[in-house]
Design a protein around this ligand. Structure first.
Ligand code: COA
Length: 258
């Protein structure tokens, strides 16, 4: 069975973690494939957005493959761990809009992968958690850094230091996910966001995302400089001319991402 399915529908690539029997756990192989995909899709002009989801209807991703990890010899642990953090950081670094379509629960590295995406849409009834401290380790693929930035330090400590599993509804309440949808409604909800993204200029999305990512946590004046630098890229673009022309002519714009 193929562990990672890749399908392109119009301008969107859908990536499906496909190890339902292991609750889509992130094996070394899956991590390497995810990292390669992140790199490969980056330069593809025909790809405007990426969706990451999981097979099955209960779990998006149960995190690191704990069975595989147990068999990793001590001298290979470092590279093994680098594969998971490398994959997740590669997605966080993607300049394209990324949506995590959480078809079920996400724990450990599974939630860290979701945190590396721009949008998280989860089905009701699912749970999320950074459970690593209950397993004698700690989040090591960005969780201790991305979660506090997203939901604040106090709530992140509650999740990380207590290894708590919380409901999708609670995750929404604290701003960890963007949307909670009925189980049968995930695809439609993701497609609605994709449709909104498709009306936006790809270069604008890339620059705005870069401004947020690069400026977050920086002193305001530094952040404003970063914003200006990113804005300047859009200012001299064909898409800007097209946006203004389309507005004046009362027609939908045809953006080309340059
Ligand atoms: N790594 C490897 N295998 C995993 C796994 C993981 N992270 N999570 C689940 N599996 C395997 C189970 O061992 C089981 O395998 P088996 O059928 O050979 O016994 C199979 O997936 C199904 O797991 P099960 O627990 O029976 O499924 P469930 O649907 O009742 O529960 C979870 C799913 C995700 C809630 C539960 O498996 C779980 O809590 N997993 C650990 C999550 C976690 O703490 N991850 C952090 C990793 S750092």
């Amino acid at each position: 069975m193929v562990d990672v399915l890749v399908e392109q529908l119009a301008g969107t690539v859908w990536i499906t973690l496909n190890r339902p029997d292991a609750r889509n756990a992130l094996s070394r192989d899956v991590n390497l494939q995810l990292q390669d995909l992140a790199t490969e899709l980056e330069d593809r002009e025909d790809v405007r957005a990426i969706v990451i989801t999981g097979a099955g209807d209960k779990v998006f991703c149960a995190g690191a493959d704990l069975k595989e990890r147990r068999g990793v010899p001590a001298n290979e642990t470092g590279p093994y761990i680098n594969a998971i953090s490398g994959a997740i950081n590669a997605w966080a670094d993607s300049r394209k809009p990324t949506i995590c379509a959480m078809n079920g629960s996400a724990f450990g590295g599974g939630l860290e992968l979701a945190l590396a995406c721009d949008f998280r849409i989860i089905v009701e009834g699912a749970e999320v958690g950074l459970t690593e401290v209950k397993l004698g380790i700690m989040p090591g693929a960005g969780g201790t850094q991305r979660l506090p930035r997203l939901i604040g330090e106090a709530r992140a400590k509650e999740l990380i230091l207590l290894g708590r599993r919380i409901s999708a509804a609670r995750a929404y309440e604290i701003g960890l996910v963007n949307q909670v949808v009925a189980r049968g409604g995930l695809r439609a909800a993701v497609e609605a966001v994709l449709a909104e993204l498709a009306t936006c200029a790809p270069l604008s999305l890339r620059c705005a995302k870069a401004a947020i990512e690069r400026g977050y946590g920086k002193p305001l004046t530094e952040g404003l400089d970063i914003e200006r630098e990113c804005y300047d890229v859009t200012l001299y673009s064909d898409d800007r001319d097209e946006g203004l022309a389309a507005f004046a002519e009362g027609r939908p714009p045809q953006y080309r991402g340059r």
